[in-house]
Design a protein around this ligand. Sequence first.
Ligand code: DSN
Length: 443
Amino acid sequence: MKSLKEEDPEVYKAVVDELTRQRDGLEMIPSENFASPAVLEAIGSVLTNKYSEGYSGKRYYGGNQFIDVIERLAVERAKKLFNVPHANVQPYSGSPANLTISFTVCKPGDTVMGQNLTDGGHLTHGWKTSLTGMVFNSVPYHVRPDGYIDIEEARRLAMEHKPKLIWIGSSAYSREFPFEEFSKIADECGAYLAADISHITGLILAGAHKSATPYAHIIMTTTHKTLRGPRGAMIMVTERGLKKDPELAEKIDKMIFPGMQGGPHNNTTAGIAVALLEASTPQYREHGHQVVKNSKALADELMKKGIKLVTNGTDNHMILVDLTPFGKGTGVFVQDALDTAGITVNKNTIPNDPASPFYPSGIRLGTPTLTTRGMKEQEMREIADMIFQIIAAVKQYQLPEGKEERAAYIKKFKEEIQDNAQVKSTRSRVLDLCKKFPLYPDM
Ligand code: DSN
């Protein structure tokens, strides 16, 4: 039995390089986070060796006595923390979990409603290229011109199209989700309300965002975002869900296995259990509030410098920057220049984006990983300045209309940006800041 370094030096090197990249850069993709060493240990454990189709105490394979202990711990911790009567911790990730929910409460051809993808929604809430948009009749709702969810439009569409399932919760929305209003809409049209709280789970557990539990019938969360666990997901059924259908929990379980998946990823289940334990501490509560304070500080500083934000601010861990004042489709230039400077963000559509999802006019920023490293408001102000300097350094680049011309232009841009003095000086500022907030110092 050899170590990774001895067995496969190429993979080992890439892993070490990735650790260095994470250490020496500012990871600002709002859906990412740094799992604790305890979570990493659990997911790198021998639990990955075991098959355990079924659920605790009801498995199709022998030898599951310890896997049962782990899955029960994860389930009980989830039920307690989210105050729900049922939790399934086996979904491989958010997309299969959302497919599971859709196929549990809808039949092919039924109508589903979710926030439109280019208005900040998620693919699996009914977008045309996702199975949820191919199999079901998708009626999306949108955000208003001010960037907030258009609750009135959602109500009108729901009454007109009578969806079986309504989604609330999305991937690029920087304001508190109107769970209560959507709960009323779902009740009025007879739909199930599924809250996809993946992005804000950690904030909910910290008390920094309203909980979905009193309002939704079903809750889905991934476990690797603000929760800070391994890559995975959970589906929970609330008291309201059981009131609507007393068999809903069993139906979800059956749709996960055998409907959607085979053997659960037991190493992930253990990591989820650990992350949930960590999330029940006072330190985690403080951390969740700091994530939001940092996000607000970053947003305020960017706006002070004249940068436009969708909804003019944030209530959560995320900021959506509107780059249209610098030209349409400019997200790609800002993303790549920031990346070169060691600040990782993702280009993102903004509501009513004048360009396309591949060349959008915004970038999405987040504070979870920065907060996990221990950074506070002062560092956010410094980072806002770095982002501002980079935007200023690339604002002369404009996306050409023609496809071929575009490819050549971006290639040239990428070369030029390597030698850009502003990008280089920002890179050293990033390195200095990262050194002050070391990541995984014992690894
Ligand atoms: N890809 C995730 C995100 O970045 O928000 C959502 O699934």
